[in-house]
Design a protein around this ligand. Structure first.
Ligand code: SF4
Length: 224
């Protein structure tokens, strides 16, 4: 029984990557889909081989350590197997709940539209946008930079969460009941404010807490 012991394997990313020979990929079955197929697990095992490493992360991804030399081929193989690679960097990164294993998909279509429109946009510091499909918010949307909680054709929008650390805190309700038809432009305005007024590399929660009395936030409240 090694649930609490033997937790330090020989192959960790840090050990493998001492000379920069390994690249880390964050892999998942999708933004909404959380189920891997056996074939996808087999493919992951095959591309990692004996030399790499696999671990799971707190952000719904498996982290794979892949020899840097082969990484482009590996990405193609994983994509062919239907796997999704979460991009890294100072961009908008998307998360979502699994919509009750796909049985509660009312907000799935708008989630996909938002993904197409927003994912990958460059921002001062990586910004996690998390869409949850009902008021249970069981995938902790309110603990991400922008949390969207769907309820009956509209979204409640939470901002300003401190996602980790000793001072971790949920975001606060910024706007209630933003209609599905308006949510994309509403989010674009929030992101635009962040892109325009944040300091270089300033995390979203710091920016929001520093500026939340500024006029541009008040205007957004008023035009919603
Ligand atoms: S947030 Fe709601 S819709 Fe999403 S998985 Fe949890 S219970 Fe299901």
């Amino acid at each position: 029984m090694n649930a609490f012991r033997s937790n330090i394997p020989e192959c960790t990313f840090e050990k493998l990557n001492i000379d920069g020979q390994f690249t880390r990929l964050a892999v998942s079955p999708g933004i909404i889909n959380k189920h891997y197929t056996p074939a996808q697990f087999q493919k992951i095992a095959e591309v990692v081989g004996d030399s790499g490493a696999i671990k799971y992360s707190a952000s719904y991804n498996l982290l794979l350590s892949i020899p840097t030399q082969t990484v482009q081929d590996v990405i193609s193989e994983l994509q062919e197997a239907g796997l999704y690679m979460t991009p890294s960097g100072s961009i908008i990164a998307f998360k979502a709940c699994d919509f009750c294993d796909g049985e509660r998909m009312e907000a799935a279509e708008i989630t996909e539209q938002l993904y197409i429109e927003l994912q990958g946009q460059t921002v001062p510091s990586r910004l996690r946008l998390n869409v949850n499909g009902c008021a249970s918010a069981c995938y902790n949307a309110v603990y991400d930079d922008i949390g969207l909680v769907y309820q009956k054709d509209s979204f409640d929008v939470y901002l300003g969460a401190i996602p980790m650390g000793a001072k971790a805190q949920a975001g606060t309700l910024f706007a209630k009941g933003v209609f599905v038809q308006e949510i994309a432009s509403f989010l674009q305005r929030i992101i635009g404010v962040y892109q325009q007024h944040a300091r270089p590399n300033e995390p979203f929660y710091k920016f929001y807490r520093r500026t939340n009395t500024a006029e541009y936030w008040q205007i957004m409240h008023n035009v919603k």
